[in-house]
Design a protein around this ligand. Structure first.
Ligand SMILES: Nc1ncnc2c1ncn2[C@@H]1O[C@H](COP(=O)(O)OP(=O)(O)O)[C@@H](O)[C@H]1O
Ligand SMILES: CC(C)(COP(=O)(O)O)[C@@H](O)C(=O)NCCC(=O)O
Length: 397
């Protein structure tokens, strides 16, 4: 097969990549093979001569440092599949264009061109994050939720009262974006203390090898062993005059100053817990301060740092609740890590004007496959890393 002549069938017709500092996220459209002239539920306006391609958005992720696994996944599961399946009506196949965003869209553009003869159609990262968040909030039911005191509650999004909101994307670093509408946004802040900091420091301090291992460790730890609490300073009592309870953290990792202990004397679980709390708390606080700056009541948190982890979400929620005195709400997204990739995907619509993306509803399938599992298995497109989203693509002719 000529690597410079990749083509695709109707099975997987669109692919978007978000190549970040730590992870590569993929979103691709897998058609069911059903074409219809009008939508099932009438929710899509279909013009004459249009056809609706039914299918699902599928998700996968890989570590950026293992980009070869991602390339193999694309070769086995997307490109090879495309080239081996005949278009049902025998017409010429279209050439695959890949939407790409994130820093890696620049850094790895040559690699993709050399390997596959594919030129990235590059999209701006902030634009994609906003596009992805707006797409999810406006079209996917049960996407946003709050998490406080162990209670997850889905949020009903009022389309007329969505904007403005603050989008906090916690990837390797953190971006904070004020969103005023479709394509209307401003990056108002950021911090370099993000998911990369948690993972990097965590690896150094606990010797654990992966994010999942670090997260699992943190689950079993007790941050009070290392964090200096208000009570440690105030002889066990609250500092009620300024609203600090004795159990509030006065200084993250502060006990290590005077404990006379070496790193080895601490349990890695406790270190991981303190670290997770420190990063989450700090982001929650900075997010709230930025929401305050612009009078924003809704704060949506995305990015793969969150990973649906209860303690992370709880800590962020408590920070937002504490600092806003209950005025602002932290909300999370089911497809948290795929905002950029989804936004890049949605930009097919922005540019071509002959394809439109609408989601009917999302399925509840969750297949737990990481890039590592895919490596030598030519899987079909119904294996996903996140929840699939059932959707249609309208082809206007
Ligand atoms: N499987 C994983 N491997 C590495 N980091 C992970 C993983 N899952 C979650 N993370 C966390 O998510 C962060 C990356 O989030 P992401 O939104 O993908 O950002 P980026 O676009 O910078 O790669 C990591 O820094 C880490 O804290
Ligand atoms: C540079 C980035 C936009 C890259 O995005 P990422 O790969 O971290 O998702 C992000 O890391 C960031 O916003 N860092 C914070 C930089 C700052 O505002 O201090």
């Amino acid at each position: 097969m000529d690597p410079h002549d990749f083509r695709f069938s109707t099975q997987i017709s669109h692919l978007a990549l978000d190549i970040g500092g730590t992870l590569i996220k993929l979103v691709y459209f897998s058609a069911n093979g059903d074409h219809c002239e009008e939508s099932r539920d009438g929710s899509i306006f279909v013009c004459s001569g249009c056809s609706v391609l039914q299918g699902r958005l599928c998700f996968a992720k890989f570590e950026t440092r293992k980009i070869d696994d991602c390339l193999e996944f694309i070769r086995f599961n997307i490109l090879q599949q495309h080239s081996s399946v005949q278009h049902p009506n025998g017409t010429a196949r279209d050439k695959l264009s890949i939407k790409a965003t994130g820093g890696g869209a620049f850094k790895f553009a040559d690699l993709f061109n050399e390997k596959f003869g594919i030129l990235f159609d590059k999209e701006d990262e902030m634009h994609c994050l906003v596009g992805g968040a707006n797409y999810l909030l406006k079209t996917v039911p049960r996407e946003a939720f709050t998490y406080l005191d162990g209670q997850k509650e889905f949020v009903q999004i009022d389309h007329n009262d969505l904007y403005p909101y603050l989008l906090v994307n916690i990837g390797s670093g953190v971006s904070m974006i004020k969103v005023d509408g479709d394509g209307k946004y401003e990056r108002i802040s950021g911090t370099s203390l993000g998911g990369g900091t948690f993972l990097g420091l965590g690896k150094l301090l606990t010797k654990c090898k992966s994010f999942d291992e670090l997260l699992e460790l943190s689950h079993h730890g007790n941050n009070r062993v290392i964090d200096m609490l208000v009570g440690d300073i105030y002889g066990g009592t609250d500092y009620s005059k300024i609203g600090l309870s004795s159990t509030a953290i006065a200084s993250s990792f502060g006990k290590a100053i005077s404990d006379g202990k070496e790193l080895e004397d601490y349990q890695p679980e406790d270190v991981a817990r303190s670290l997770l709390r420190m990063i989450s708390n700090n982001i929650g606080q900075i997010a709230y301060l930025n929401a305050l700056r612009f009078g924003l009541k809704s704060i949506f948190f995305g990015g793969f740092f969150i990973r649906g982890h209860e303690y992370t979400m709880d800590t962020i929620s408590v920070a937002v609740h504490f600092w806003s005195r209950g005025e602002a709400k932290a909300m999370f997204l089911t497809h948290e890590g795929f905002l950029g990739a989804l936004g890049a995907f949605a930009s097919y619509k922005d540019q071509s004007h002959n394809k439109d993306l609408k989601s009917h509803h999302h399925t509840l399938q969750r297949a737990n496959c990481s890039g590592d599992n895919f490596r030598h298995i030519p899987v079909t497109a119904n294996v996903n890393d996140g929840e699939t989203i059932e959707c249609s693509i309208i082809n206007r002719v």
